[in-house]
Design a protein around this ligand. Structure first.
Ligand code: AP5
Ligand code: MG
Ligand code: ZN
Length: 213
């Protein structure tokens, strides 16, 4: 099962792909996580992308495509993967089609109004990357990861002004991919607005039906 997860910032791409990864053992590959780790570790890549992430813009296609192409050549990604947050431009989608064959692109639909609530309440584990929300998924102990005890932090692009820039980038660059994958009969649309368990269950039943078609 080779899948792409589409959807605006805060749609739940990370939340649902991590649930799928934990429960079904499919590797979750998040370009956002790769860039944030590089920034944290101050690698050459991190220094290149730091300002772009902080401003809510998109990392250049060439750089992003090279990273994903390399990651998909690893042994664990030969049979199944979920790409969380890639592709984000038509050029990225075209490049991906040239080096891997997808089974579906899953678009998680969430209205802009919900996004600000989700992102301003998000907390992420510094150690394992687990995703929480102060209202919809609070950790058992405030500020501490249920899974590994790591410290929770607020992503520095979850500030209201940066969220707006990310939403603009989404509407301009990424939303056209819905039509692009639709034209290739690869698009599956899931309502991303209910609670995460409901979205997960809808995804599992719909993807099964979609792949049997
Ligand atoms: P990235 O990390 O991919 O950010 P994003 O697309 O903005 O998406 P988010 O991670 O914000 O949202 P999500 O859909 O994963 O939601 P989550 O599950 O966390 O990218 C970051 C940056 O990297 C970009 O801005 C760009 O600069 C760069 N980049 C990355 N990929 C790139 C590419 N391909 N090309 C160029 N640049 C790239 O959920 C959000 C919150 O809501 C959480 O608190 C969660 O607990 C809660 N929540 C989730 N689902 C539900 C639910 N169903 N019910 C209630 N609460 C929920
Ligand atoms: Mg994410
Ligand atoms: Zn953790």
């Amino acid at each position: 099962m080779k899948l792409v997860f589409l959807g605006p910032p805060g749609a739940g791409k990370g939340t649902i792909s991590r649930m799928v990864s934990e429960r079904l053992g499919i590797p979750q590959i998040s370009t956002g996580d790769i860039f944030r780790t590089a920034v944290k570790e101050k690698t050459e890549l991190g220094l290149k992308v730091q300002a772009i992430l902080a401003a809510g813009g998109l990392v250049p296609d060439e750089l992003t495509i090279a990273i994903v192409k390399d990651r998909l050549s690893w042994p664990d990604a030969q049979r199944s993967y979920i790409l969380d947050g890639f592709p984000r431009t038509i050029a990225q989608a075209e490049a991906l089609a040239g080096f891997s064959s997808l089974d579906a692109a899953v678009d998680f639909e969430v209205k802009d109004e919900l996004i600000l609530f989700r992102l301003t309440g998000r907390r992420v584990c510094k150690v394992c990357g687990a995703i929480y929300h102060v209202v919809t998924k609070p950790p058992k102990v405030e500020g501490m990861c249920d899974l590994c005890g790591g410290e929770l932090y607020i992503r520095n692009d979850d500030k209201e002004e940066t969220v707006k820039a990310r939403l603009n980038a989404y509407h301009e660059e990424t939303e056209p991919l819905i039509g692009w994958y639709g034209n290739r009969s690869l698009l599956l649309t899931i309502d991303g607005s209910p609670d995460a368990e409901t979205v997960y269950n809808a995804f599992i039943s719909e993807i099964g039906r979609f792949l049997r078609k």
